[in-house]
Ligand binder design. Structure first.
Ligand SMILES: [Zn+2]
Length: 394
């Protein structure tokens, strides 16, 4: 209260609260300048500067000189010695494992092809081996890993780590990922849908930094979407929020692996695109289709453009319902750039309610195809709150 004398005790607890706010903001953003910290926490730059200095001395934070808009600045991140986090992305045809420090800087990474219809038992065995290998390559004991985040391409109940729509990923339907991987490595394991993790990474480390609402769409073998509202991933009742690959695209269309008919994935998933070109081009992998479309192959360009239009139609409903700041497009098909995005934007603009500020931004992810594994790292780090060793401070 104004004018009231503040006791020594409440001064100390205020300082502790401010330290905790700063550490939490740094953890949330991975790395952040002191000026940005002032903006995020509402504290004065002088207070930020003092507390950051104390926390650097205590070994909690580290600073590196950087520049923002041509001006010198201090970038603040969590100190390296606070531990490591591991992230696993189980894709339809590939596994990606990464190891990062607590500033979310990737220190080691490995990719492994997976056979079609892969199963959880062999998949988790490989993931465990890869994590152990990566930890060894950076010369750290496994005990330095704080937690493991895992993304799988199916709806997941994040409380149990179990798949809630077993038909979508049959080989993983019964798997207890946290128990199997956790027991094997002796570490906490968190699981989420891989598109949710793509959205999480984009919100925290990519195009969505500083924005509140976004949609992240992964286009490849399957079609997935992650939804971020007010900075948090939306899971829904069964972890199935954002399953845009399984919204209706073709009335009475062909049967989908999810059990429905006429799903969007059946029209624009990689197998569907390849099938449309089979008579003229033979079997093409998605990357070949994208490469040829970019090189000017008319049929490939048309198939990719059609996919953009169909995706735009499905997304226009999500955009109308959620009014996001940005729609981020990722996955192998996103490599087609404007061949895909042009028709996608046209469709979205035609179907969105005209409003101030123009149509929603649509951009290709800047995380180089690694959004989902980076999201798994964020998930692991979030599970482990970095404590401030108050005893080491005065
Ligand atoms: Zn479906």
């Amino acid at each position: 209260m104004a004018g009231e004398r503040t006791s020594g005790g409440s001064q100390t607890s205020l300082r502790e609260a401010n330290r905790a706010r700063i550490v939490s903001a740094v953890q949330h953003r991975g790395s952040i300048t002191q000026i940005e910290l002032a903006g995020v926490t509402g504290l004065s730059t002088a207070t930020i500067s003092n507390i950051v200095k104390e926390l650097v001395a205590a070994g909690v934070l580290q600073t590196t000189p950087t520049s923002r808009s041509g001006r010198r600045a201090q970038e603040v991140s969590l100190a390296r010695n606070l531990g490591l986090v591991a992230g696993v992305h189980v894709g339809e045809r590939e596994m990606r494992v990464a190891l990062a420090d607590v500033a979310l800087k990737v220190v080691a990474e490995q990719r492994l092809p997976l056979p079609p219809g892969h199963r959880a038992d062999s998949g988790l065995d490989r993931a465990a081996l890869l994590i152990e290998e990566l930890v060894e390559t950076v010369g750290a004991p496994i005990g330095e890993v704080l937690a493991i985040g895992v993304g799988i391409p199916a709806p997941v109940d994040t409380r149990t780590g179990r798949v809630t729509a077993p038909r979508i990923l049959a080989g993983w339907a019964e798997a207890d990922v946290p128990a199997v991987l956790g027991d094997r490595l002796g570490l906490p394991v968190l699981v989420d849908n891989d598109s949710n993790l793509g959205a999480l990474a984009e919100a925290r480390l990519g195009i969505g930094r500083g924005l509140s609402d976004l949609l992240w769409v992964g286009l490849g073998h399957g079609i997935g979407m992650g939804v971020v509202v007010d900075g948090a991933v939306v899971h829904g009742r069964r972890g199935a929020a954002g399953e845009i690959g399984h919204v209706l695209d073709v009335e009475d269309g062909s049967t989908c692996r999810c059990g429905l008919r006429g799903c969007l994935e059946g029209s624009i998933g990689s197998a569907a695109l390849a099938a449309r070109l089979a008579t003229t081009h033979g079997h093409l992998a998605l990357r070949d289709i994208v490469g040829r479309a970019l090189a000017g192959d008319a049929a490939c360009g048309r198939v990719v453009g059609d996919a953009g239009r169909r995706l735009g139609r499905a997304l226009s409903t999500a955009v109308t319902v959620l009014d996001p700041d940005v729609v981020v497009i990722d996955g192998d098909l996103a490599g087609a750039g404007e061949v895909l995005l042009g028709p996608l934007r046209t469709e979205l603009e035609a179907r969105a309610v005209p409003a101030e500020g123009g149509p929603v931004r649509v951009e290709v992810s800047g995380l180089g195809g690694a959004a989902r594994v980076r999201g798994a790292l964020v998930l692991a780090l979030d599970a482990h709150r970095v404590g401030v060793p108050i005893g080491s401070l005065t």
